[in-house]
Design a protein around this ligand. Sequence first.
Ligand code: HEC
Length: 177
Amino acid sequence: MKRLTLTILLLAPVLAQAWPWSDDMANQVSAKPQESVNTGNPGMKVFPKRSVPVPGTAATVKDMAAAEKQTNPVAIDDKSVALGGKLFEIYCATCHGNSGKGDGLVGAKLILKPYDLTADQTKGRTDGFIWGYMTFGGAIMPSYANDLSPTERWHLVNYIRKGLQQSSAEAPVAASK
Ligand code: HEC
């Protein structure tokens, strides 16, 4: 019994990751995010007077309902579509496939198959809806709010519209803004 107690006590730090060296890397002399370098004034440094957030970094869209109503601020020109295409290859094609039809290699393994983005359903969505889906994710689809800037998400919308939906022979793209 004594031995068991001793073993448990010895192993406890493993489970809690509480060995003295477990957080060595985190304990450095460098200032941590939002930590003040002035010990007389601990806590976050106050923002300079009249400072404003960098465009696109402040969250203004809180949910899908708000996202859906947005108008696409990025013109659907060749440059934007090309940029969106590159991003699509990196972030979306694994599941949705290069053609956007939902036939990506990873998508094939999912219980809920990735939707065909060239189908009427997505054609009928607003640009804001597609943007919002990347921002908030779906039931299975993860959120890309941390990986893609708001503007990058609009480039992706433009690519889905022009690069995928228009090049698939069916009905013209629903005019949605
Ligand atoms: C891990 C696989 C996966 C990745 C990667 C992925 N998706 Fe999805 N996506 C899904 C699945 C599965 C659905 C089906 C609905 C759900 O999960 O809620 C979906 C649904 C969607 C829808 C909804 C379509 C509609 O009309 O309802 C959009 C739009 C979409 N994805 C766009 C994208 C874009 C753009 C990217 C890249 C930034 C992306 N997806 C990356 C799996 C993925």
